[in-house]
Structures are given as C-alpha cells and as structure tokens.
Ligand binder design. Structure first.
Ligand code: ATP
Length: 449
C-alpha cells in the first residue's frame, strides 16, 4: 500500500519537475483540486485528444455510418439542464457531514458510518447538486443564472437536428466532441483523477432501436482496444458491467472501462446504452420533434443512443501510470552513473510528448554544437524536438528517458567527418548511425511504425 502511494507521489513529483502538470495558482498557495498542464503535459494531452479524435473520425471501420465532430458552447440554456435531470435529483450526490470536524463526504464512498478523518458522528445524507452556477450579464438574479456544463453530451443532443440536416446524414451516425466539463465534486482527489474542471472525449452514436444492442457490443470492444493499441498493459485494464440497481436514470445498460491505478480499479470511461431517453426527453421539453424519418421505410422514430464517454485527464493519468518504469540500479551497467534508480516513461509513439532530442556529445566543442543546432533546426518543423547540451551524455539520456522521448540523436566527432548521427532508441537503447540527409524520412518511418 505504502509503495503504491509512493508511486503516485513519485509521478506527481515528476509531473511538476519536468513540466507535465502543475498545481493551479501555485504562487497564491494553490487552488484546490485544479491543475495546469505544463509544456510537456500540453503536448501529451493534445496527443491523447488527437489519438481519440482520429480514432473516431478517421479510423472506424463501420460498414455504414459516419462520425462527424462538434464543438458546442460550455454555457447553454438552463432549460437543457432542467430537461436532462441535472437540476433535479438526477445529478445530485448524497452528502454527509461530520458533526465534529465538519468535513464533508460522499455517502457512497464511505465504508463505515463515521467520519474517516476524526471518527466523529455523521449527519443524515442530503442531496448536493454538482452543477456549477454562474450569472450571465450584469445582474445576479435567478433570471440571469446559468450553469457550466457538467457533461459535454447535452450539447450534442440539442444539436442532433442541426448536424443531421446540415451534414445530410442517415442513421446510424455518430457525433464526436472533446471539451471541458465542470462538476462541483465533493471529494476530488488522487491527483488529476477527480477534479472539478476536466475534459471529456465523448461519442454519441445514433442508431435504430433494433440495432442498439449490436452497436453497444461494438463500442465496448472498440473502446477497450483503443487503450490497448496505445500500449496499455492488458492486465491493467478491464470492462466492468454496472449492476442494474446502480444504473443512472438515463441508462438501459452500462459498462465502465476500469484501470488498475495504484489506488485501486477505477473508471476511466463509461459506455452507456441510453435508449431514446435523451432525444425523447428533449423533444418533450423543447417542443421540437427530434425523431428521425426514414424515407425508404417510411418510419419515424427516436434513434437510440450509445455513448462512449472518456476523460482526457483521467486517461492522461492512466497512460502515465502504465508507462512509468523504475529500473533499480540503472539500465546502463557500464557507466558509473548514479546507481539508484532510473525512470523510463515507456509511452507509445503516438503519445510521447517529445519525439526526438538532439544532443551534441560534448558542449565545449564549437563544431559539434554548431552541427547539432543545425540538425535541430532541420528537424524542429516536423517533430516535437528538444535540444540539450547540459551535463554528461549519460545524464542527458536519462533526462530524456524519464519523459519518454523516443529517440536521442547524438552528434559526435565522427558525425563531422561522415555527416551522420547516432540514433538511440529509448526502449532497446540500441544505437544506429543515420546520414543527416536521411533523418527526416527515416525518423518519420520509425515514428509511424
Ligand atoms: P465517477 O463515478 O468517477 O464520478 P461518473 O460515472 O460520474 O464518474 P461519467 O459521468 O460517466 O462519470 O463521465 C464520463 C467520464 O468523464 C469518466 O469516465 C471520467 O473519465 C470523466 N470524469 C467524470 N468526472 C470527472 C472528474 N471529476 N474528474 C476527471 N474526470 C472525470
């Protein structure tokens, strides 16, 4: 247990030290459970979002049915949240408060009926709404109140007709969206696992009611495969069915994709068969007919929805945890480098924030430095690339390994004569010499392999 906590601490420390994730508002003492993504973090998060987006909009091999994108506003009519049930009991957690220390907890997270912090007695549970409220315009009153969206999918449902008509689509089809959501979580924690502001990557798949079960099965498999294809270890990820009594009000059936975090098996993505709940409900509340008319069959119906809803920040943490390798005693037995522990972030090629590092063998030889900078300038427009000349070459390799850089290019004295560099592979540590002129093409091939 201690070792597992230790691992989360180590990852958080690495994240801060190397610029993946910072505590928000740190110079003002921090702002609870809010985080900022630093230079490496933003590259990696963008890579995750790009991998998801491309998977959805380019690589799905469905015999028919297209997936198109959407970027809906965060602020929407509060009537949407009335209709979806978010302003009523549907989106409220049960909250209890300790009578002694006044700390608050989600009832469903407690193992015993007493305060986990001080052992004090707890109040009766009451509903606590997770929606974050704000005001539109200069007057703060009920009429001007609005909410930051608590899930991105509502923006998709209310645009169902717009997308259908403007893109001349037919059922089945999907709408993909990536965007921020906000929930006033009572117990945020575990670093970026549960925060109050987070990003979701959601697909809403609209299909004929008779095909819903088939597509539900399809999406369960497809989504699990996405993580596996990005290198996640099979034994660390699973699909878990949500028991009937725990289903959300909108769901007919649901599975979670769970990951084995150091703090236990936890959800990273929800896959829901939502039936016709959303479209029929928005039809009722808005007065607009959101049914689909099939011209061939002369049939009018509410499409059923299969939803896949993943967290960009949660999967960021998943990919970090899964790729974090600690090598006791170090990987290079020949150097007398510090023999404590080396860290290698074995991120997949798609997700690694930095693809290449360009390193002159030593920094006090002007010719080497000049050549290395030339190569860096040559490659920078095509690859996310770093130039580093500080410290011994072994130390620089380790610095790149711990952030997952895929290839280190070293410019040595032979490079000056032969116009080539050594390319070191992060995982095998093998080195090969490649002509400078061939670098863009060869490296592109290596990265796409
Ligand atoms: P949980 O049970 O963990 O609160 P949920 O079942 O409410 O999650 P959904 O509403 O299904 O979550 O949201 C889909 C996905 O959005 C989750 O699987 C997760 O990846 C992400 N997500 C939800 N809430 C948060 C949060 N507070 N912080 C970070 N990511 C979140």
């Amino acid at each position: 247990m201690e070792e597992k906590q230790n691992l989360m601490d180590k990852i958080a420390v690495l994240c801060k030290r190397r610029g993946f994730v910072f505590q928000s508002s740190e110079i003002y003492g921090g702002f609870a459970s809010c985080y900022d993504f630093g230079p490496l973090g933003v590259e990696m998060k963008n890579n995750i979002k790009k991998a998801w987006w491309e998977e959805m909009t380019k690589f799905q091999n469905l015999p028919n049915g297209r997936i198109v994108g959407l970027d809906a506003a965060i602020l929407m009519s509060p009537r949407i949240w009335q209709a979806s049930g978010h302003l009523t009991a549907g989106f409220a957690d049960e909250l209890v408060e300790c009578k002694k220390c006044h700390h608050r907890f989600r009832k469903d997270f407690l193992e015993k009926n007493k305060c986990p912090d001080c052992g004090g007695q707890l109040t009766k549970p009451r509903k606590f709404n997770l929606m974050m409220k704000t005001f539109i315009g200069p007057v703060e009153d009920e009429a001007s109140s609005a909410y930051l969206r608590a899930e991105t999918c509502q923006g998709i449902y209310v645009n169902f007709l717009n997308v259908l008509n403007s893109s001349r689509l037919k059922i089945p089809f999907g709408i993909a969206q990536i965007g921020k959501s906000f929930r006033n979580e009572i117990t945020p924690g575990n670093f970026i696992y549960r925060t109050r502001e987070f990003e979701q990557m959601e697909l809403q798949w609209f299909c004929h009611p008779k095909e819903a079960d088939k597509f539900f099965e399809y999406w369960k498999k497809a989504r699990l495969k996405w993580y596996l294809n990005l290198g996640v270890k099979k034994e660390n990820i699973r699909l878990k069915q949500t028991p009937k009594k725990e289903l959300a009000h909108y769901a007919k059936s649901a599975f979670d994709i769970e990951y084995k975090f150091p703090f236990g098996w936890k959800e990273v993505e929800g896959i829901h068969n939502r039936g016709d709940w959303d479209l029929s409900n928005h039809s009722k509340h808005s007065g607009q007919d959101l049914r689909f008319f099939d011209e061939n069959k002369k049939e009018k119906y509410f499409p059923h929805i299969i939803e896949t809803s993943a967290g960009a920040d949660r999967s960021f943490l998943l990919f970090l945890v899964d790729s974090y390798c600690q090598v006791k005693g170090g990987r290079t037995k020949t150097t007398q480098a510090v023999k404590e522990e080396e860290v290698v972030l074995k991120l997949s090629k798609k997700l690694a924030p930095i693809k290449l590092a360009v390193l002159p063998l030593v920094k006090n030889k002007t010719e080497l430095v000049k050549k290395a900078k030339e190569i860096y300038r040559l490659l920078k427009p095509y690859f996310v690339c770093q130039y580093d000349e500080l410290g011994s070459i072994g130390r620089r390799y380790r610095r790149q390994d711990e952030v997952g850089t895929l290839f280190c290019l070293t410019i040595d004295f032979e490079s000056l004569k032969k116009n080539d560099v050594t390319v070191r592979d992060r995982d095998s540590m093998k080195q090969e010499r490649i002509k400078i002129g061939d670098l863009p093409k060869t490296l592109k091939e290596k990265l796409e392999k």
